[in-house]
Ligand binder design. Structure first.
Ligand SMILES: [Zn+2]
Length: 477
């Protein structure tokens, strides 16, 4: 603990002397606080080991702030309105580091290049004079898609879900199990009531299921390091787009494997229990989610100390946006553990664009109605790629002829995610969420409407992120 205290003092002094370097130093200070918390929670490592692993990781990755917020922006016009939400949250003492994310799939659908997202983020940061850090996330990339993301991105979500359940080489599995005798038997983890009981056969089973995926992550990570330099980016590993959730004991074994690959992982996105449909609330057992989320936090704190992973390692929740009913249990758990989190939202900012257009009335409302009319004609086509992350009740979708007669209020009531509004229609919302290609096809006509109605759209974009997401997550309602 004494070593930590002197490390803290030297950082504080350095921070005073070099104010321009402060963001990194401040993050290091946050990391020290996290380590202190781990020690007080019963982590047994000697402080010199922890200091040596801080030293080991200094300059080996770009540090990520404690709370970070991933935002998608399909048409790249709302960066400032999104950043404004981070400004408002920070003013209230709930600092969220903005991360703009866009996947390869989205870029391909819309016909944009990753460099456009970097330009948008830089513009927004300049316009709002944002002095804290910010990132551009190459979301859900793989080895075959990463290259065009390398220059403009400084956050990489390495998606290895496709390799889950494909077995690694038998010799590698055997070596892994032999290297990790500590994973076999009774494992007591602070804040988890019942110790994990893991048999050798179970470690083997989990290794067979996940080791190849982790090895893939190692290959992609190494590829990015070679092109970009280790100190210049944040690494996330995502396993959320798969069939079954990973249990907390599986997460522990996965983290041991990631440490073996020497990936300085700062966020990990497991698949949680329950359904995370796009743009609507959580569907599942909230109590069970809460227990799993708490145990995952405990496992992460334990694995940081045990395997020398970066102290800033935290969960990344690929929320698909709007998981309002789990925000309160998450907020409590994060507070209890002193943990950070990365919340990745989906591209629901595009729905706020539609809401703003509808609210504007006139030609704005007209475009919103046209998009719905086209979408309902192509329900099956638009829903197919998202089958596992939407639940649309087709009988609840109003025909275009009805929607064409709607007022601005009827349209926004149906679309805006306000569960207390009797006009809210989750099927209508989900269909529009996956129908952004219709707007993309309209090209300049859609983009010009965004410019024309910028003020009313921006207000909806900011309010949505700040009021419905950031406030409940960090401040409580
Ligand atoms: Zn995801």
């Amino acid at each position: 603990m004494a070593a930590l205290a002197s490390w803290r003092l030297s950082l504080c002094a350095a921070s005073d002397k070099h104010p321009t370097r402060s963001p990194v130093l401040v993050i290091s200070l946050v990391q020290i606080s996290q380590i202190e918390l781990q020690l007080s929670n019963g982590a047994t490592n000697q402080s010199f080991i922890i200091i040596s692993h801080i030293n080991h990781f200094m300059n080996q990755y770009l540090p990520l702030g404690k709370f970070s917020f991933g935002m998608g922006d399909r048409f790249a016009h709302q960066g400032k309105a999104q950043l404004r939400a981070c400004v408002l949250a920070t003013e209230l003492g709930a600092e969220f580091i903005p991360v703009w994310n866009k996947s390869n799939r989205e870029h391909t659908f819309i016909g944009t290049e990753p460099s456009s997202l970097r330009a948008e983020a830089d513009d927004a940061v300049k316009a709002l004079n944002w002095k804290k850090s910010y990132h551009v996330d190459a979301d859900h990339i793989r080895l075959e898609t990463v290259d065009r993301f390398i220059a403009p991105s400084d956050f990489f979500t390495i998606d290895v879900a496709d390799s889950i359940a494909k077995p690694a080489a038998a010799a590698d599995v055997k070596a892994f199990v032999e290297r990790h005798p500590e994973l076999v038997g009774k494992i007591s983890i602070p804040h988890i009531d019942r110790p994990f009981e893991i048999s050798r056969a179970e470690v083997e089973r989990v290794a067979n299921k996940f080791l190849l995926a982790v090895q893939d992550a190692g290959k992609i990570y190494t590829h990015i390091v070679a092109a970009k330099g280790a100190a210049n980016f944040v690494t996330e590993v995502s396993m959320d787009e798969t069939d079954s959730p990973q249990t907390p004991p599986e997460l522990l074994i996965i983290l041991a494997a990631i440490a073996d690959q020497k990936i300085p992982i700062q966020t990990i996105a497991p698949k949680f229990t329950g359904r995370f449909n796009k743009g609507v609330d959580y569907v599942g057992d909230v109590k069970q989610f809460e227990q799993e989320f708490n145990e995952d936090l405990a496992v992460i704190a334990f694995a940081i100390a045990k395997y020398g992973l970066p102290p800033s390692l935290k969960l990344s929740v690929h929320s698909g946006s709007d998981k309002f009913s789990i925000y309160e249990p998450m907020r409590k758990a994060l507070k209890k553990f002193g943990a950070g989190v990365h919340i990745k939202t989906a591209g629901t900012t595009w729905l706020e664009e539609l809401i703003g257009l509808a609210e504007a009335g006139g030609d704005g409302l007209e475009i919103a109605k046209e998009i719905y009319a086209y979408a309902i004609e192509h329900v099956d086509e638009f829903c197919a790629p998202y089958a596992s992350v939407i639940d649309i009740d087709k009988t609840k979708l109003p025909p275009a002829s009805v929607v064409n007669g709607w007022s601005s209020k009827q349209f926004t009531d149906a679309l805006r995610h306000d569960q207390k509004n009797p006009g809210f229609n989750p099927s209508f919302r989900q269909l529009l969420h996956v129908s952004f290609k219709v707007a993309a096809k309209k090209g300049d006509r859609y983009l010009n409407a965004l410019k024309k109605h910028e003020a009313i759209i921006a207000k909806n974009v900011t309010e949505n992120l700040f009021e419905r997401h950031m406030k409940p997550l960090l401040l409580g309602k």
